[in-house]
Design a protein around this ligand. Structure first.
Ligand code: KIV
Length: 288
C-alpha cells in the first residue's frame, strides 16, 4: 500500500473558506454520510464535508433525494461530525424542511447545528431563497447556497439536466448567485452548468463557488464519496471521475471471506482463543 500523507491538523472555519477565494487556494469538498467515510475525508485533508441529501440515492438506494427526512439528516450529520477533526461539516437541508415557513425553517436548520453538530447548512435555490438565507445568517447559522441543477427540483426541471444553456437561463443563474451572496451565504455550489457560465459567476461573486459538473474555473470542487471512490452503481454523470474502484475490491474481499468460511479455512488458529493461552480472556481495546 502506498504511504498516505496526512495534512497537518488545522480546523477549517467559515471565514477560512471565504478567505480561500482571496488567496486563490482551491476549496475541496467531499460528501460523507457516516463515521468511517467522514474520517477518511478528514484525514485526506478535505476542507468541507457535505452530509449531502444524495445519501437518499447512494446510501438508501432511492431514485432521487426527495424522500430524505430531517431526522435522517441529523442522524447522519452527527456521525460525520464525530469524525471530522479538521473539515467544516455542512448539513444538507432535505426537501420541504426549509420551503414553507421561515420560523419553522430556522428551527429545522438549527437542529442540524444543535443536534447534528454541523457548522453550516446548505439550501437549494437562488434568489427565491435569499430572504431565508438572510434570516438564517441573522440567526447565526452559516449558509451554503446551491444553484444550477438542484436535485430537489427534478420534477420542475424535468430530470437531471444541465442548466443555464441559453443566455436567459445563464443570466438568471448569475442573478441567483448574486442574490445569495447579498443575503450572506458564505459559499455557493454550482451544479451542472456550462463551464463558461460557472466561470462568469465565479468572477462576479466574492464568495467561493464550489463546482460539480461545472468545469474547472470554480473556486473549488465537490464530488460524491461513493462516486469518486467507485462504490456507487453506474451509470454516472459525465463529470464524475473515479479515483478508485472500491466496489470491486469490496466484492473481492467478501468473496474471499465466503470462500474461506465454506472451506473451513477461516477462522484459523491465529483468529481463535484458547483457554490455556489466554487465561484472562481479555481483548485489546479496539482503537477507533
Ligand atoms: O447532496 C449532495 O451530495 C449535493 C452535492 C452533490 C453538492 O448536494
Amino acid at each position: 500500500m502506498s504511504k498516505i500523507t496526512v495534512p497537518p491538523f488545522k480546523s477549517v472555519s467559515v471565514p477560512a473558506i471565504r478567505d480561500k477565494k482571496r488567496s486563490g487556494e482551491k476549496v475541496v469538498m467531499v460528501t460523507a454520510y457516516d463515521f468511517p467515510s467522514a474520517k477518511a475525508c478528514d484525514q485526506a485533508g478535505a476542507d468541507l464535508i457535505l452530509v449531502g441529501d444524495s445519501l437518499g440515492m447512494v446510501v438508501q438506494g432511492n431514485e432521487d433525494t426527495l424522500s430524505v427526512t430531517l431526522e435522517e439528516m441529523i442522524y447522519h450529520t452527527s456521525m460525520v461530525a464525530r469524525a471530522a477533526r479538521r473539515a467544516l461539516v455542512v448539513s444538507d437541508m432535505p426537501f420541504l424542511t426549509y420551503h414553507t415557513d421561515e420560523t419553522e425553517s430556522v428551527r429545522n436548520c438549527g437542529r442540524c447545528i444543535k443536534e447534528g453538530k454541523a457548522q453550516a447548512v446548505k439550501v437549494e435555490g437562488g434568489a427565491k431563497r435569499a430572504s431565508l438565507v438572510r434570516t438564517l445568517v441573522n440567526n447565526e447559522i452559516p449558509v451554503m447556497g446551491h444553484i444550477g441543477l438542484t436535485p430537489q427540483s427534478i420534477h420542475s426541471l424535468g430530470g437531471f439536466k444541465v442548466q443555464g444553456k441559453d443566455e436567459e437561463s445563464a443570466r438568471m443563474l448569475l442573478e441567483d448567485a448574486l442574490a445569495l451572496e447579498d443575503a450572506g451565504a458564505f459559499s455557493v455550489v454550482l451544479e451542472c452548468m456550462p463551464s463558461e457560465v460557472a466561470s462568469k459567476i465565479t468572477a462576479s461573486v466574492k464568495i467561493p463557488t464550489i463546482g460539480i459538473g461545472s468545469g474547472p474555473h470554480c473556486d473549488g470542487q465537490v464530488l460524491v464519496f461513493h462516486d469518486l471512490l467507485g462504490i456507487s452503481d453506474p451509470p454516472h454523470p459525465r463529470f464524475v471521475k473515479k479515483y478508485k474502484n472500491l466496489r470491486d475490491e469490496m466484492v473481492e474481499g467478501l468473496c474471499q471471506f465466503a470462500k474461506e468460511v465454506r472451506k473451513g479455512v477461516y477462522p484459523s488458529e491465529e483468529q481463535s482463543y484458547h483457554l490455556q493461552k489466554d487465561p484472562r480472556g481479555e481483548e485489546k481495546e479496539r482503537t477507533k
